[in-house]
Design a protein around this ligand. Structure first.
Ligand code: PAF
Length: 273
């Protein structure tokens, strides 16, 4: 695996690669990332992974500081997965002239996380667009855990007519049913146990909703989560996959949830119909 820090070096090394799969990450890799990488390995001739904790997409500096960083472990994982290139840029490499403030956002950015994390998606779109232009991959692999992010990136690719295919990959889940997340590295043992209990409540709500769409199940879950040190629930909503509109119909829809356990924000989504 070639580890590259410099944009110009990287462009030279990969310029002849016509079938390159790209997995963008912020590191602290888990099985969800491994799934994306395996998918890329199986569909593309070569795979490039980026690790870059993108400061502008964090709403609070403290959250950026606390984001788990496990670089040497990540490098071992990537070597095992036979990744061809690892791009490890600095902030200056990616933002030589600062961030792009002129990005126009699709209306999907106004709901769910977009409502609670101002500027977050703009910063995600900015960084992903920069990576795509540097790397020029054939395919980009993203996980459905960040479903809204995935939808917004898809829209940007379409709008800018970028010659790249987005491959959307299912969430890889822990035994308790929650999607894997790098942020879980920051949980204490006590918090992990609480999360297991919360997961039981979420799973049973999902089961009920699959049988019968009734918003009182959401109200019940909302109350139950507050008994488990959850002091803030940003959203708990059923939305259609296609257009992210709220729905009470059995159309293709998911349950979307974002809440805080202690200081850590958890997001997830569950296919209902
Ligand atoms: O999903 C993530 O890890 C990040 O938002 C991404 C896509 C790597 C951009 O920083």
């Amino acid at each position: 695996m070639k580890i590259i820090f410099n944009k110009h070096k990287l462009i030279k090394i990969i310029e002849k690669e016509k079938n390159l799969g790209f997995v963008p990450t912020m590191g602290s890799l888990h099985k969800g990332h491994s799934f994306l990488i395996k998918k890329s390995n199986s569909q593309c001739k070569k795979t490039i992974v980026s690790i870059f904790v993108n400061k502008p997409q964090f709403n609070k500096f403290a959250d950026f500081k606390k984001y788990p960083r496990t670089l040497s472990k990540d490098v071992k994982t990537l070597k095992k997965l036979k990744v061809d290139f690892l791009y490890l840029p600095s902030f200056k490499e990616i933002y030589p002239y600062g961030t792009n403030r002129k990005i126009k956002m699709h209306k999907f950015s106004k709901v769910l996380c977009g409502k609670f994390r101002p500027g977050h998606f703009k910063a995600v779109i900015d960084v992903v667009d920069r990576f795509i232009r540097i790397i020029n991959p054939k395919k980009i692999f993203l996980g459905e855990k960040d479903f809204q992010q995935l939808k917004l990136i898809k829209k940007v690719i379409k709008k800018n007519i970028l010659p790249i295919k987005l491959i959307s990959c299912p969430s890889i889940r822990l035994n308790n049913g929650m999607s894997m997340s790098s942020r879980y590295n920051n949980f204490s043992l006590k918090e992990k146990k609480i999360l297991d209990k919360i997961a039981i409540k979420i799973n049973s709500c999902v089961k009920e909703l699959r049988k019968n769409i009734n918003l009182s199940f959401l109200e019940k879950l909302n109350q139950e989560l507050r008994n488990y040190d959850v002091n803030k629930i940003d959203y708990l909503e059923i939305r259609e996959e296609e257009n992210l509109q709220l729905t009470e119909k059995k159309t293709k829809a998911r349950l979307f949830i974002a809440f805080y356990l202690g200081e850590i924000r958890i997001i997830d989504n569950f296919i209902l119909y």
